[in-house]
Design a protein around this ligand. Structure first.
Ligand SMILES: Cc1ncc(C[n+]2csc(CCOP(=O)(O)OP(=O)(O)O)c2C)c(N)n1
Length: 273
């Protein structure tokens, strides 16, 4: 662990800003472990984030990084990837950042199948700004903007990604860190748009409002409600009620955007033939 911190973190930017018990540090370390597992070239790996507690992660990582604007990590990452398709471009975002202000960018990046790996830190809430509900806040939850409970149904972001055309979709949690590292590595290896939903606990802004106990209780809830894709295949619908799937949820091959773009440039250079 110490070696990974020395190799991949910007010690000058530490300590981090995250609250005690927050899962964002665990998710960040899973990204680092995936990068290390794949031995990605430091000089060919770029990390782009939006704005939020989760998006602070880019500042702690010692790569070429962009801490962009709220909801705009994907357009910035798209520009970087188009300028040099050889780069590994990893996007770090939160549930509010990615699915509210950034929701339109999200569906179009998925539709284009551009070869980016997006890690969505889903803590079910706008953490940084004090617990407002996001499109991923489970319906009937309390939030500072919904003191009597949210009435809007939440997205299942993995289903939305699939429907929008993402060719790799996976989910894990801050409790299931080995699986999280594994699916992030698979997402980076996949050629096309990859979404990894990383479920992470926010004891301060979400857990406290919803009486979910301490951070350790929230981690236990992740443990108790998650079922691997493989285990789910053996369960009855009654046994699966109230559970969510973790692992690789969807993978397919489809034309990748930067390759298609190069082909269009070549065609234009030949006069459109
Ligand atoms: C254009 C714009 N609108 C609003 C904000 C305020 N803002 C900063 S972070 C944030 C919420 C981030 O929530 P989320 O993406 O869920 O990440 P978390 O903090 O929970 O990790 C908001 C609304 C902003 N910085 N820029």
């Amino acid at each position: 662990m110490q070696k990974l911190i020395e190799k991949y973190y910007r010690s000058t930017n530490l300590p981090h800003i995250w609250c005690p018990g927050c899962g964002h540090g665990v998710v960040t370390m899973s990204i680092v472990k995936a990068i290390d597992k794949l031995q990605l070239d430091h000089d060919k790996t770029v990390i782009v984030s939006g704005i939020g507690c989760s998006s602070r992660a880019s500042g702690y990582l010692n790569f070429d990084t962009v801490h962009s604007a709220h909801g705009r990590a994907l357009p910035v990452a798209t520009g970087i990837k188009l300028s040099d398709p050889e780069l590994n471009v990893i996007v770090i975002t939160g549930d509010g950042d990615a699915t509210a202000i950034g929701g339109n960018h999200f569906i179009h990046a998925a539709r284009r199948n551009i070869n980016l790996t997006m890690i969505l830190f889903n803590n079910n809430i706008y953490g940084m700004t004090g617990g407002q509900y996001s499109p991923l806040t489970p319906v009937n939850s309390r939030a500072s903007t919904a003191p009597f409970g949210t009435m809007e149904r939440n997205f299942d972001i993995t289903e939305l990604a699939k429907g929008a055309g993402a060719t790799f979709v996976a989910r894990s949690t801050a409790f299931h860190t080995q699986l999280l590292t594994d699916v992030i590595a698979k997402g980076i290896e996949h050629k096309g748009f990859s979404l990894v939903e990383a479920i992470t606990q926010c004891p301060t802004s979400f857990g406290r409002q919803n009486k979910m106990g301490r951070a350790s209780d929230m981690l236990k809830a992740q443990r108790d409600h998650a079922v691997t894709v493989e285990a789910a295949a053996r369960l009855t619908p009654e046994q699966k009620a109230g559970k969510f799937l973790i692992g690789v949820l969807h993978q397919e091959e489809a034309p990748e955007y930067t390759e298609q773009y190069d082909a269009i440039i070549a065609k234009a250079q030949k006069g459109g033939k």
